[in-house]
Ligand binder design. Structure first.
Ligand SMILES: C[S@@+](CC[C@H](N)C(=O)[O-])C[C@H]1O[C@@H](n2cnc3c(N)ncnc32)[C@H](O)[C@@H]1O
Length: 292
């Protein structure tokens, strides 16, 4: 990128550079990063293609493109990600929230609203593995009366989640706990929801470099089978964490349905197993009810 540059030149050059490095979404990423550096919306780029890129912006853009060419995810470079129509701060300490997880929020909201109406009292919802706080924060914004507790093994992730909760005005509505799964919280829960780590160690090679080189391993990998964390949640929920009549909702990986159904059935604690497909028609969410 030598000589005076217009926005269009900068986009074309960086798109070619990223594509050449093997980035599949080169043009889109170049546009998002240029808009980020200029502090404008992506659409605004199209209205000012002939504008020159100032020197300071040019070096910031070059730095952003260099990071993307090294397969760093766009969200870590911009420091933000949209989820459920809300903007969240993300750092390399947290998983970047995925669109398919919005379905988990939808199902959890449906189920929580039904339960609140039926019980006619505020309910307790526990989210395991909150990461940047996306799920807990969406729930807290929609469910004004429920008590929401969210845990994570990563203290750094919890700091990001608390920052996001403050930005969205729900810091007083969520109790963040640091530690393993339920972190010793022993009050009976009406709903347990989690998008836990669910990738098997052996699947590492099949993942994109963006994931294996940048996202926190403890947010992705669960063990040799991939279902280890899910299994612990199912067992602990069955053994008293979940109220009779309470609901458990879990996101899981492609091809894990049969194993998860086996684990659920073996506990003899749940009924009405429902599985929901994500937007790509992949089985992604399981929802069960504990026997009353
Ligand atoms: C797949 S990420 C989900 C993050 C966020 N809830 C989302 O959906 O975008 C899993 C999260 O669980 C956390 N985690 C992993 N093992 C855990 C455990 N045993 N107890 C609590 N949190 C755990 C990780 O640190 C990570 O933040």
């Amino acid at each position: 990128m030598q000589g005076p540059l217009t926005l269009l030149n900068a986009l074309e050059l960086s798109t070619a550079y990223l594509a050449n490095r093997g980035i599949q979404t080169a043009r889109l990423d170049a546009e998002v990063l240029l808009a980020h550096v200029l502090g404008v919306r992506r659409l605004d780029l199209y209205l000012g293609f002939d504008k020159p890129v100032a020197d300071g912006e040019r070096s910031s853009f070059r730095e952003a493109i260099t990071r993307r060419a090294a397969f760093e995810p766009v969200a870590y470079i911009t420091g933000k990600k949209e989820f459920y129509s809300l903007g969240f701060v993300v750092t390399r300490d947290v998983l970047i929230p995925r669109p398919e997880t919005e379905l988990l929020v939808d199902k959890c909201l449906e189920c929580s609203k039904r339960l609140e109406a039926r019980l006619d009292k505020p309910i307790k919802i526990f989210e395991i593995g909150t990461g940047c706080g996306a799920i807990a924060i969406c729930l807290a914004r929609e469910l004004k009366h429920s008590q929401i507790i969210a845990s994570d093994v990563s203290e750094k992730a919890l700091a990001v989640a608390a920052d996001n909760a403050r930005r969205w005005g729900v810091i007083d509505r969520i109790l963040f706990l640091h530690g393993d799964l339920f972190c010793g919280f022993n009050q009976p829960l009406d709903i347990i929801v989690s998008n836990p780590p669910y990738v098997a160690f052996g699947e590492r090679e099949a993942l994109q470099r963006e994931i294996t080189e940048y996202e926190p391993a403890q947010a992705i990998f669960a063990g040799e089978r991939g279902t280890e964390v899910i299994e612990k949640i199912i067992h602990q929920a069955a053994r008293g964490r979940l109220q009779p009549g309470g609901h458990l909702l879990l996101e899981f990986g492609q091809g894990q349905r049969t194993e998860i159904e086996r684990i659920l059935k073996a506990t003899r604690a749940y009924n009405s197993i429902e599985v929901f497909l994500d937007y790509q028609n992949i089985e992604r969410i399981v929802q069960v009810k504990k026997h009353a």
